[in-house]
Structures are given as structure tokens and as C-alpha cells.
Write a protein that binds this ligand. Structure first.
Ligand code: NAD
Length: 329
């Protein structure tokens, strides 16, 4: 079967080429360009296409894929909010994704951000390179015996809870469902979590009910000098309210792997550009904020798991029995 990959980065190609010998019936061609109504015609003659988290799989793109006879969409990621599911269903397209690849990859990045803002690693890295060995402005606080508040204790939140437990923190959590495997965690209300946590880490999905859950009101309920970490989705935090909170000296530090304006930036080199009207630029002006570019998932183990599952999804479709748990309906 022939698959056309869109939005391929060199690391995608390396990982998939490494796995491909195990799947002799699958042939892949790689495109650097992402999928859009203009580039979708290139998929003519292929059995399926493979796309990523920010690919445009809206109505117009799906119309073209349908005209080209493409029936299979392989998402090499967990998310699928970028696909027009109604149109895909109308055309009888099968969509397969990778629901979970390495929760630890994202959780470890969340803790990396928490440690970095706590111990000011972003500042000390620059200072020492310039022969400034002063400790002024670098004081942090021990995580040991402090309280970590985990919002959303699914796969990634549970991994983060285990990491915080390993640091000797008291771990409290808020979720609409309790995770029975986390016997060391105390579930509390959202308000109690906000008012008692020294470190708050967001791990719930972006949905109507969670959109802007971190806003002026919830920020006011937080402890002063809290560390806030978001590796989940930018829309969980109302950025303008976060900026007001940072200005009001509410936060010891803020670590963001995801943020509201990330779509035009993510995975792109825009270093020669001036980001006008950008709240991201405003966030970056604060000394206690670290932003990374949606790299929580980016470990060797996670990429290998993504390649394995995507290729096994392709083969399961070819055999007429698509992997049920990975189907997007
Ligand atoms: P999951 O489905 O295993 O867990 C999500 C948890 O959130 C569930 O326990 C669910 O009950 C809970 N939840 C749902 N609504 C809630 C609410 N209103 N309040 C509190 N909790 C609520 O998902 P996961 O695999 O742990 O992934 C979590 C999120 O991480 C994803 O939604 C995705 O946005 C993000 N993610 C980020 C990266 C990255 O590279 N930064 C990579 C993968 C996933």
C-alpha cells in the first residue's frame, strides 16, 4: 500500500524509515509541505495520507482527497480536532490515530519546565556563559514536601503525579474521574487544588468545559508564588488574564509548552521575523516565564512509538480490520 506523508520533518523520515523494514507491504513517499486544498491533489494514486497535529484537514481538503480516491487518513499524533469528521464520514474515509505514545515524555518535560523556572536555569545558563557567577536573582525553593496539584490524571497527568511523588511532594489532583492506580494522590475540588498547590500542572484535554479554565477568577484563587505549568493545550489558559496575573506578581514561575497563539509558530523557524501584536512576545518579556515549542512529545521513545502505531494502523486497515482503539469516529 502507498502512503503519502505531509509536513515531514527530517526526524519523522528517519524514525519511519527505521521502522519500515518491519512492514514490507507499506511504501511511503515524503513531502515537506503540509496538506491543504492546494497540495491534496498530490495524493492521487495513493491509498492513504499521513498528517500531523496542525495539518489542515478541513472540508475543502477532504473534498479534494475524496476526488483523488483517498480513503485513509493516518494521523501520526493523538489529536484530531483539525479534521472535519462529518465530511470524512460522508466520504466513508477511515481515520486512524496514535492515542497514547509516551505519557512519560510529556510528563518529564512538564517537570523539566517546573524545575527550570523554579531554579532559573534559563537565566543562569546565560549568566555563566558571560562569566557572571553571581547568584543574585537565582534563588528557588525545594519541591520536597511542597504540594503538587495535578489537573487531569489520565495517562500524562498520572505520570506527572508519579514524578512529583518521587520528588517527595504531597500530590493532590482534580479530575472528573479518579484514577484508581494513584493511591498516593488525594483528590480534591478544583478550588482546593488552586488554593493549596505550590506547583500546578495542567493535563486535561481542551474541550468546551476546559476552555480558559485558568482565568482571572481561578488565578485569584491560587496561592501567591505558585508555579504554573501547561503542557496540555494552549486554550486551557486565558493568556490575557495570565499576563495580568504575572504583572500582579502572582506567579513564582510559568512554564508553557503550549500556548494560545502557537499555530503559526509551532515547529517553524521564525527567528528573522518581528512578531507584531503577539501576546506570545509579551509573555516572553517576563523573566519568570519559559516557553518551549510544543516539544513535550519529542523523545526518541515517543517518536518510535508513533511510527510503530501509525504503520500498524496502515496494515490493519489494509487487512480490513482497522485497529478499533485507534479509530477516530
Ligand atoms: P487522557 O485522556 O489520558 O487524560 C485526560 C484526563 O483529563 C482524563 O483523566 C480526563 O478525565 C481528564 N479530564 C477531562 N475533563 C476534565 C476536566 N474538566 N477537569 C479535569 N480533568 C478533566 O489524556 P493524556 O494522554 O493524559 O493527554 C492529556 C493532554 O496532553 C492531551 O489532551 C493533549 O492536549 C496533551 N498532550 C500534549 C503533548 C505535548 O507534546 N505537549 C503531547 C501529547 C498530549
Amino acid at each position: 500500500m502507498k502512503i503519502l506523508f505531509y509536513d515531514t520533518k527530517p526526524y519523522d523520515k528517519d524514525t519511519f524509515e527505521h521502522e519500515l523494514p518491519k512492514y514490507p507491504d507499506v511504501q511511503i513517499d515524503y513531502l515537506k509541505t503540509d496538506i491543504s486544498p492546494k497540495t491534496a491533489p498530490l495524493a492521487r494514486g495513493y491509498d492513504g495520507i499521513c498528517a500531523f497535529v496542525s495539518s489542515d484537514l478541513g472540508t475543502a481538503t477532504l473534498d479534494v482527497l475524496h476526488e483523488c480516491g483517498v480513503k485513509l487518513i493516518l494521523m501520526r499524533c493523538a489529536g484530531f480536532n483539525n479534521i472535519d469528521l462529518e465530511t470524512a464520514a460522508k466520504y466513508g474515509m477511515t481515520i486512524l490515530r496514535v492515542p497514547g505514545y509516551s505519557p512519560e515524555a510529556v510528563a518529564e518535560h512538564a517537570m523539566a519546565l517546573a524545575l527550570a523556572v523554579n531554579r532559573h536555569l534559563h537565566k543562569s545558563y546565560i549568566k555563566v556563559r558571560e562569566n557572571n557567577f553571581s547568584l543574585m536573582g537565582l534563588m528557588g525553593f525545594n519541591f520536597h514536601q511542597k504540594t503538587a496539584g495535578i489537573i487531569g490524571t489520565g495517562k500524562i497527568g498520572a505520570a506527572m503525579a508519579r514524578i512529583c511523588h518521587g520528588f517527595g511532594m504531597k500530590v493532590i489532583a482534580y479530575d472528573v474521574y479518579q484514577n484508581p492506580s494513584l493511591d498516593f494522590v488525594t483528590y480534591v475540588s478544583l478550588d482546593e487544588l488552586l488554593s493549596s498547590s505550590d506547583l500546578i500542572s495542567l493535563h486535561c484535554p481542551l474541550m468546551d468545559s476546559t476552555y480558559h479554565m485558568i482565568n482571572k477568577d481561578t488565578i485569584e484563587k491560587m496561592k501567591d508564588n505558585v508555579i504554573l505549568i501547561n503542557t496540555s493545550r494552549g486554550g486551557l489558559i486565558k493568556t490575557d488574564d495570565l499576563i495580568l496575573g504575572i504583572r500582579a506578581r502572582k506567579f513564582f514561575g510559568v512554564g508553557l509548552d503550549v500556548y494560545e497563539e502557537e499555530t503559526p509558530n509551532v515547529f517553524e523557524d521564525r527567528s528573522d521575523e518581528i512578531l507584531e501584536h503577539s501576546t506570545t512576545a509579551r509573555l516572553l518579556s517576563f523573566p519568570n516565564v519559559i516557553i518551549t515549542s510544543h516539544q513535550g512529545f519529542f523523545t526518541e521513545e515517543a517518536l518510535e512509538a508513533i511510527a510503530e502505531t501509525t504503520l500498524s494502523n496502515a496494515v490493519s486497515y489494509e487487512k480490513g480490520a482497522p485497529n478499533e482503539g485507534n479509530l477516530v469516529k
